[in-house]
Design a protein around this ligand. Structure first.
Ligand code: DAH
Length: 332
């Protein structure tokens, strides 16, 4: 074979390869690389053209024509491709100025409710309480029955909720976690359980169909109402500041006996504000988890996280917490 024929063979191969490679190009970064490979100073076509001097003079013309044809074909493939790569073309790509300052992403903060939950958890951890969580999609048994709220009891209304097709419901309180824990762990035990709860309430400044609670439970031999008072008092001094005043008001909850609602004195509002429910764990609840109520006693409480946050930060409308308006959130 003559050198001319070898050259023409090579050119044909290069042309086929280039056509396939350029067609498959999708990224500007690879575009430039490919262009150098075929058309560059040390590229494939340059290598073929370097052999030209050795082609016998009577064949030079034909070989030269073929070389030009392939070169033009590859160039036009590249220029068509550059158009379809559009704004991401090699041209635009090269125009990026690496010395420009980067985009500044301002670091966010934890949501105020998350901050409050974390702070409350921290305080109770210091008092020796363990952190636990329970499911939001609960069964009727844990949300009602095991908490001594029978199907036809009027107290059921105040804990009404949303029912799911699966037969489960969205828990209307975090108290079911008490039952789940006591089924598995025998006293002595001290836990807190934060989480979301749901109630079909119409939304207004103080109501939301979803809000957060933190449940607390301590069960041991000889636990009394005095322990409950001591723990809640210690909590309030830490969370709201030294000298915070508490008021225990008699109340009714099916799962505690006696029960109380606890108010915090608000200087700003010059009034008492209810922040939590509490009481001594009802013997019926202990019975449902097979804990001997003659031997063990316990106290329990449940506090509203939004209430705590509103009081602490002087937020007047619960809806602020859920609207995600940055002007509000940036203040925390
Ligand atoms: N689960 C009650 C509620 O949602 C709050 C509560 C009251 C929790 C008394 C308790 C408790 O653990 O002992 O209104």
């Amino acid at each position: 074979m003559y050198l001319r024929d070898i050259m023409i063979e090579d050119l044909k191969k290069i042309e086929i390869e280039a056509r396939a490679e350029i067609t498959l190009l999708t990224e500007a970064a690879h575009f430039e690389e490919a262009k150098i490979k075929y058309l560059g100073r040390k590229g494939l076509l340059a290598a073929v053209s370097a052999q030209m001097s050795q082609v016998p003079s009577d064949k030079k013309r034909e070989a030269g024509q073929e070389l030009n044809r392939v070169k033009n074909a590859i160039e036009s493939l590249f220029s068509d491709k550059q158009k379809t790569l559009g704004t991401f073309s090699a041209h635009a790509y090269k125009k990026i100025d690496a010395s420009m300052p980067g985009t500044f992403y301002s670091p966010g903060t934890l949501h105020p409710l998350t901050q409050v939950i974390d702070e409350v958890i921290g305080i109770f951890r210091h008092l020796g309480f363990d952190l636990v969580e329970g499911p939001e999609a609960e069964t009727e048994y844990y949300n009602f029955e095991a908490l001594n709220i029978p199907l036809n009891h009027p107290a059921r209304d105040s804990f009404d909720t949303f029912y799911l097709d699966s037969g489960r419901l969205l828990r209307s309180q975090t108290s079911p976690v008490q039952v789940r824990v006591m089924e598995k762990t025998k006293p002595p035990l001290k836990i807190i359980a934060p989480g979301k709860v749901y109630r079909p309430d119409a939304t207004d400044a103080t109501h939301s169909f979803m809000f957060h609670q933190i449940e607390g439970l301590m069960v041991d031999e000889g636990v009394s109402f005095a322990h409950l008072k001591g723990v809640l008092f210690a909590f309030a001094q830490e969370f709201f500041g030294k000298g915070t005043k508490l008021r225990f008001r008699p109340h009714f909850f099916p799962f505690t006996e006696p029960s109380a609602e606890i108010d915090i004195w608000s200087e700003a509002r010059n009034s008492w504000l209810e922040v939590l429910g509490a009481g001594m764990v009802h013997p019926q609840v202990l019975k449902s988890v097979k804990i001997d109520s003659e031997k063990y006693t316990g106290f329990a409480f449940g506090m509203g996280v939004e209430r705590l946050a509103m009081l602490k930060y002087g937020v007047e409308d619960i809806r602020h917490f859920f609207e995600n308006d940055l002007r509000f959130l940036r203040q925390f």
